[in-house]
Design a protein around this ligand. Structure first.
Ligand code: COA
Ligand code: MG
Length: 290
């Protein structure tokens, strides 16, 4: 997955548009983009959409962002959207591995109830939306075999710490958010799941989005969340491994294959050791998931 597009769950029109957007995954939202008074209507619209969309061939993966564990809304959300069947749940306001295990238990019960395969419903955690979540990032590893990705968010975090803004005059995230972003990268690597970059809210600024995508891909993020269909092609392009990087990865794997048992080899004047091989293998493995 490279691009994950948020679509408000109460908008049948946007849900339909999302399906044709080219996004690798849709994040059907029942949380912050849906007013409290519209939650029930959004559950119904989302369930109807999922039932139809999952039958389409060549469709994006279908995730639903439910309301957080402490809202009192999540059980009704899960009841509504799990019956039609979906690929996974995005959990907002995640505070560490305990929350992921807690959601995993809820999913296991419903998978059994609806005759779905145990473990089929994956989890993506948005794990930096409050300060407690940031401190608990290290507990995500090993929390659940369902965990497929860790995403970070800077908007709710800014509200939690009482910041005036989260970006400086240069448009770049300020230090507290850079830290949350970096820790997300480490948390995802430690858990051996995808690191997913935060949304870029200025959806008309394609150049700014592209620059942020390049920074994220450089640092090890493999995907980015989108809020508007126009962001999807920009994200897909940046997070698709280039032919050059794939050719290089294959050359690295081949170099080690030619020298079985070698800890270090040379390729085009560069020293390569085990971490280079691991990185090359990971890049090639990602191709299978695209
Ligand atoms: N998914 C699918 N379709 C979308 C979309 C989205 N996230 N955002 C916009 N569109 C559609 C619109 O419906 C419109 O199509 P139409 O004119 O045929 O109806 C087209 O794309 C162009 O939209 P545009 O006029 O540029 O934007 P807007 O003012 O209608 O919407 C937002 C702006 C921000 C309200 C909208 O992009 C949105 O709802 N984003 C997702 C918000 C969200 O889920 N937030 C939670 C996570 S932070
Ligand atoms: Mg939010």
């Amino acid at each position: 997955m490279r691009s994950l597009l948020f679509v408000p769950g109460d908008s049948a029109r946007k849900l339909e548009k999302g399906l044709g957007s080219g996004a690798d995954a849709l994040l059907v939202d029942l949380e912050d983009s849906v007013a409290l008074s519209a939650k029930e209507a959004a559950r119904k619209a989302s369930a109807e959409f999922l039932a139809a969309a999952r039958k389409e061939s060549n469709r994006p993966r279908l995730f639903v962002r439910v309301n957080g564990l402490t809202t009192g809304l999540i059980d009704a959300d899960l009841e509504a959207v799990m019956a039609p069947g979906l690929d996974g749940i995005m959990l907002p306001k995640t505070v560490g591995g305990i929350d992921v295990s807690h959601l995993g238990a809820k999913l296991a019960v419903r998978e059994a109830e609806y005759g779905l395969e145990d473990g089929a419903t994956r989890i993506i955690a948005i794990a930096t939306e409050n300060a407690r979540g940031v401190f608990a990032l290290g507990t995500l590893a090993g929390a659940s075999h369902r965990l497929a990705g860790v995403a970070w968010g800077g908007e709710d975090l800014a509200a939690d710490v009482g910041a005036e803004v989260n970006r400086g005059a240069d448009g770049l995230y300020t230090d507290p958010y850079r830290i949350a972003r970096s820790l997300t990268l480490f948390a995802a690597a430690a858990a051996e799941v995808d690191a997913i970059d935060s949304v870029y809210t200025n959806f008309r600024d394609t150049d700014g989005l592209a620059a942020e995508c390049r920074d994220a891909a450089r640092d090890g993020f493999v995907a980015k969340m989108a809020i508007h269909p126009a962001q999807v092609p920009v994200i897909n392009e940046t997070f698709t491994p280039s032919p050059e990087s794939l050719a290089h990865a294959r050359a690295v794997v081949d170099a080690f294959a030619r020298n079985p048992g070698a800890g270090v080899v040379g390729l085009e004047g560069e020293m390569l050791d085990r971490p280079h091989l691991a990185r090359a293998e990971r890049l090639l493995a990602r191709l299978g998931g695209l």
